[in-house]
Every structure is written in structure tokens, then in C-alpha cells.
Design a protein around this ligand. Structure first.
Ligand SMILES: Cc1cc2nc3c(=O)[nH]c(=O)nc-3n(C[C@H](O)[C@H](O)[C@H](O)COP(=O)(O)OP(=O)(O)OC[C@H]3O[C@@H](n4cnc5c(N)ncnc54)[C@H](O)[C@@H]3O)c2cc1C
Length: 480
């Protein structure tokens, strides 16, 4: 890269998702003007995309969640002046230059500091029939190990990540009668809910033996029951063999008719650009608690970044929007010389499936077994009101607790590494937040003695769940 007319900016930010956008807005809000943001698609409030398709919560549809940076509430009126539409296709860390390519041509940007926020790309399993003969338009998706442009996908294949995806899925919901959703994570189930709200007959397929790997099978069973009660066909242990214009065929020979197939089969960090620039990438771009990468002038935030899990010290990809925003704040604080660091984190998710609320923080029993971490589950009923009240709905919360010492990971007996909840008529968000703190601070079940429980009859049951867990903990772990 040697362009003579290169644009110069002290800080260059790559990616217009929550990580990149918050980095740029923070810098501008702090009066720092010498920054440019490269965006390759219209930014959206990405977490609300499924609700924009369901229409119950967002009757206006997907356009309501597109973030118009030219109409900012609290930003300088010239906000758009350094927002560049295009894709950064190369970074040279020796000369601190980035090449941006877009419809208006190629341009080089010379920078001093770089914030990488390229996010993650939907991952679609390499199944026969998924690729069509389209061209090379649109943003990227992973098709197995290959990165392909959206237009390479067959016309009846959908995923949900950006504005264009939401628009396509929305017009599919308008005209289609039957859909297959592949994947039962939070996003898959939010799409199922949206399509049910739009009146489609939905089959949801999961390769695992139960829905939602963020929950253990005992808790996930409640979600599955809800799906079935609401008319959704649930296929477990379902491995796709082929996709056609008629629907899907599974490896066991079953065929399911569908007008479209929506893949919610997870995402993979979009870390190729960083890797090619010589920045250390493992599962994602490796960062420290200041969000600095292996290069001192480069920060990475959001879904592309791999962090160290608070409770276990294991490298994890949290893939959480609000974490991306917090990481952006930390990266910017470092650049502006007012340094903040990230508090320890662990993956979490809170969602609602056809009226049933659920939450997962940290490690399930099943995920812990996969890393040879010895744990046990402690499950308790949770009441939304006093049990004798007509409004009461019972839920469950479950703690996943280490049973022994794990010196290599610094884990002690009784340490809480995971929390799950399923609740009717009430969000478990407040419990998930409390246990997020407990888990990332490496507290044990005995440490719950340091946490108070507030009772109010219209809000919960007087039976203090923390006391109950402490009774259990006394029996199991006291003296350890
Ligand atoms: C349907 C859905 C629902 C979700 N719900 C929630 C939720 O309820 N709560 C929550 O906390 N999280 C949620 N998430 C996760 C959350 O959206 C992500 O964690 C978050 O978007 C990550 O932000 P990011 O900035 O790292 O990446 P992204 O949002 O992926 O943004 C990255 C952007 O950079 C662009 N880009 C990539 N490479 C380049 C390049 N070389 N040049 C220019 N641009 C580039 C990408 O195209 C993309 O537009 C949800 C995600 C989805 C898809």
C-alpha cells in the first residue's frame, strides 16, 4: 500500500455494529474529532431484529431498527463526515495503513491507532443445496470453512444478522406458509416466535438431543414443551442431509416441506482481516483486559474478540452486544489516556420463547463436562408471588457448582460456575444479573450468605431461595 493521497486519521474504527459504533460515538462525544468509522452496511439495533419480524413489539417492521447515524440525538451535527461506506480489505501494520474498497472506489487511510470491530458472521453448515449460483454481492457468511457472499446462498436460504437479512426474512414471512428454522439457541427461538406470530407453520430442528445448548436438558425440557404446546414441530438429533427448493431432507431420510429455511446455527468471529495483518487470533482476536490485541496500537472489541472466561480462565467467545459496547468504552478510554479495564465476564443469555422466560449465565452441567470440570446441579423452585396467590407462577432456577478443587483453573469446591432459570410471567433478568456477578467474582455457594434476598408478596415467595441454597450448601460443602 503506497497511495499518495491517503486520508489520515489518528483513530480508525472498522465495523458499524455496536462495538464500532459505540467506539466512534464515544470518541466524538468526548470531543475527539480525529477518528473515522468504516461501515459496510446500515447499522441496526441488531438484538431487536427478530422482534421487528414478529411485529408484536415492533409493528413498523425492520426499518424501525435501522440506526440512522445522520440523525443522532446526542452527537455533533457533522457526525457522518467521517463515516466511510465501504469494506476494509487490507491492513498493513508496518505502515499503519488500511485499504477501504467500496462502490465509490478504493481509498487508503493512514492511522495511528486501530479499533477492530468486525463482529461475527453467521455460520451455515456445509449442506448440499445451501449454495445457489448467485454472484458476489452482500456481506459475508461462513459456509462451513469457506467465507461466501450472501448472494451465493440459494434463494430460499435465510440467516439473520443485519438490515438486509431482516428485510428479506420479513418479506419471506409476508408470503410464506411453512418455514424450517435450523438451530435452537436464543436467536433461533426468537425467529421461531417471530414466524409463529406471523402465522407460519414452523418446524425447528436441532442437531443436539435437546433444544438450546445454553440450558441443561432438565431446564430445556420446559422450553420444548412450550414450543410443542404452541404448535411448533420440534426435531431433535436432526442432522441435515440436503436442502432443496421444496424443503429439507434429514440424514435419517425424513423430508420436511418448507418455503424457506432459516439458519440460526451460530456465528464465527470475523477475524480474517486481523489474522492477515499479523495480529494474534485463536478462536477470536486475542485481547487483554484493556481490549488491546497482540499489537500495541490495535484494539479489538465485540464478537470478533476472544476473552478469558471469569470463572474458569478458559478462552471464550461471549458474542454479546452489551459486552461489545462495554469493550468499546474500555478501548476508547485507553486511547484517550483515561484508562478503564474490563471486569471479568462470562457468556450469558436471557430470552423469552412464546411467553416463557429463560436465562443462562456461565457454564451448564453439559458444557462443564465437555471441559472435564466436575460439577453438580442444585435446582430450586422459584415462585413469582406467594404460592397461595392466584397469580403465582412457578419457575426453576439452577446453580451449577464445582464439586471439587481444580487447581489448574483455580476453582474451589462449591464455586458457582453457572446459573439457569426458566420462569412463567416474569423475567429472570434480575437473577441472571446477580449470578453474573457471583459467577465472575468466583464466589461459592457458601458465599451466598453474603447476599440478601428481599421479599414482597406480589413479587416473590417469602421462602428465601438463598437460605435454601445455603442449607443445601451446608450439607454438601461446609468444611471444604
Ligand atoms: C438476531 C440477534 C439477536 C441478538 N440479541 C442480543 C441480545 O438480546 N442481547 C445481546 O447482548 N446481544 C444480542 N445479540 C448479539 C449482538 O448482536 C452481538 O454481540 C453484537 O452485534 C456484536 O457487535 P459487534 O460490533 O462486535 O459486531 P457486529 O454487530 O457483527 O457488527 C460488525 C459490523 O462490521 C462489519 N464489518 C465486518 N468486517 C468489516 C470490514 N472489513 N470493513 C467494514 N465493515 C466490516 C460487519 O458487516 C458488521 O456490520 C444478538 C445477535 C443477533 C444476530
Amino acid at each position: 500500500m503506497t497511495g499518495e493521497n491517503a486520508m489520515k486519521r489518528e483513530v480508525l474504527i472498522v465495523g458499524g455494529g455496536p462495538g464500532g459504533r459505540v467506539s466512534y460515538m464515544m470518541l466524538r462525544n468526548m470531543g475527539f474529532d480525529d477518528a473515522a468509522l468504516v461501515v459496510n452496511e446500515e447499522p441496526t439495533v441488531i438484538c431487536s431484529l427478530p422482534y421487528s419480524i414478529g411485529r408484536n413489539l415492533i409493528p413498523e417492521g425492520p426499518e424501525k431498527v435501522v440506526v440512522d447515524l445522520s440523525k443522532p440525538d446526542k452527537l455533533p451535527p457533522d457526525t457522518m463526515k467521517d463515516v466511510i461506506l465501504g469494506e476494509v480489505t487490507r491492513i498493513d501494520m508496518e505502515s499503519h495503513r488500511a485499504l477501504v474498497e467500496g462502490k465509490s472506489g478504493r481509498r487508503e487511510i493512514v492511522f495511528e491507532k486501530l479499533i477492530l470491530a468486525p463482529g461475527a458472521l453467521p455460520w451455515i453448515p456445509p449442506v448440499k443445496g445451501v449454495l445457489g449460483d448467485g454472484g458476489s454481492e452482500g456481506t459475508w457468511v461462513w459456509y462451513g470453512k469457506e467465507r461466501v457472499r450472501r448472494s451465493r446462498l440459494a434463494s430460499n436460504i435465510y440467516s439473520l444478522r443485519g438490515a438486509q437479512d431482516a428485510r428479506s426474512l420479513d418479506s419471506f414471512a409476508e408470503k410464506a406458509g411453512k418455514a424450517v428454522v435450523v438451530g435452537t439457541g436464543a436467536i433461533g427461538l426468537e425467529i421461531v416466535e417471530a414466524l409463529v406470530e406471523r402465522g407460519l407453520a414452523v418446524t425447528v430442528l436441532e442437531a443436539l438431543p435437546h433444544v438450546t445448548s445454553a440450558l441443561d436438558s432438565d431446564i430445556a425440557a420446559h422450553l420444548e414443551q412450550r414450543l410443542v404446546e404452541r404448535g411448533v414441530t420440534v426435531g431433535k438429533g436432526a442432522v441435515l442431509a440436503e436442502v432443496t427448493s421444496e424443503g429439507v431432507t434429514l440424514e435419517n431420510g425424513t423430508s420436511i416441506e418448507a418455503d424457506g429455511i432459516i439458519f440460526a446455527t451460530g456465528v464465527r468471529p470475523n477475524a480474517e482481516l486481523a489474522r492477515e495483518a499479523g495480529i494474534r487470533v485463536e478462536r477470536g482476536i486475542v485481547v487483554d483486559e484493556t481490549m488491546r490485541t497482540s499489537h500495541p496500537d490495535v484494539f479489538a472489541v465485540g464478537d470478533a474478540a476472544q476473552i478469558t472466561d471469569g470463572p474458569t480462565g478458559t478462552p471464550v467467545l461471549p458474542l454479546i452486544g452489551t459486552l461489545a459496547m462495554r469493550q468499546a468504552l474500555v478501548a476508547v478510554s485507553q486511547i484517550l489516556g483515561r484508562p478503564m479495564t474490563m471486569a471479568p465476564a462470562t457468556p450469558w443469555g436471557v430470552s423469552k420463547t412464546l411467553g416463557l422466560h429463560w436465562a443462562s449465565v456461565g457454564w451448564t452441567e453439559e458444557a462443564a463436562a465437555a471441559i472435564d470440570l466436575a460439577v453438580m446441579g442444585l435446582t430450586l423452585p422459584y415462585n413469582t408471588h406467594e404460592p397461595y396467590m392466584a397469580q403465582n407462577r412457578q419457575g426453576l432456577w439452577k446453580l451449577v457448582t464445582a464439586t471439587g478443587k481444580d487447581a489448574a483453573r483455580g476453582i474451589v469446591p462449591g464455586q458457582i460456575v453457572g446459573f439457569q432459570a426458566v420462569m412463567e410471567g416474569k423475567s429472570p433478568l434480575f437473577l441472571a444479573e446477580r449470578f453474573l456477578d457471583v459467577i465472575t467474582r468466583r464466589e461459592t455457594v457458601m458465599d451466598l450468605a453474603g447476599h440478601y434476598f428481599i421479599h414482597s408478596p406480589a413479587h416473590n415467595d417469602v421462602n428465601d431461595p438463598y437460605l435454601q441454597i445455603l442449607f443445601m450448601a451446608q450439607k454438601l460443602f461446609a468444611g471444604n
